[in-house]
Design a protein. Structure first.
Length: 188
């Protein structure tokens, strides 16, 4: 299903509700109230709630894959510089709503095959792109893949575990972790 302009408002409202309360909070009645429209407006655009949920997943996948494609191909910087830039980007610009959506989709994926497939598609794209950067640095396929997994786990884990630290301690830990993930880059 292709998301058209009329569906976009519903999808955006659905993603916001997903971030606020998880998949159970994404209900047609709630979205209609938030948008100030009737439920009939929903059914002119979507067959049913499942169609909306599929549109949410499609939109999320498309956005996350496009983001990692763009972020790993920016400019003429070296692969090592792009990895360091990604660490700064994901550690300095943490989007509370983005993280909430990511967590909600991953929770939803535990019980819904379509959500699980969407999360797997995003993970594969992220790991592929970061792995490509490590391969550009001369690492073999297996080591680049392992580094990509560590990189990805760090990027998303740090957004969850460093929240209670002082800004100075958080910056110090982020810097130390970034060095550990990229320490060999100067040798490559």
């Amino acid at each position: 299903m292709e998301v058209d302009a009329g569906m976009t408002r519903w999808v955006e409202a659905g993603l916001a509700e997903l971030a606020r309360g998880g998949i159970d909070a994404v209900r047609v009645e709630v979205l209609a109230v938030r948008l100030g429209v009737t439920k009939g407006g929903f059914y002119r655009r979507f067959k049913d709630r499942r169609a909306l949920l599929d549109a949410l997943l499609q939109t999320w996948v498309r956005g996350r894959v496009a983001a990692i494609d763009e972020q790993t191909q920016l400019g003429n910087d070296s692969a090592g510089d792009r990895l360091k830039w990604l660490i700064r980007l994901y550690s300095e610009r943490v989007s509370a709503q983005g993280i909430a959506i990511e967590l909600a989709i991953r929770q939803w994926a535990r019980s819904d095959p379509a959500a699980a497939a969407a999360a797997a598609k995003v993970d594969a794209a992220r790991l592929k792109r970061v792995g490509e950067l490590y391969r550009q640095l001369g690492l073999g396929v297996q080591e680049a893949e392992a580094r990509a997994v560590l990189f990805y786990a760090f990027i998303f884990g740090q957004s969850l575990i460093f929240l209670g630290l002082t800004p100075r301690r958080r910056a110090s830990l982020l810097s130390q972790c970034a060095d550990a993930l990229t320490h060999y880059l100067d040798k490559a």
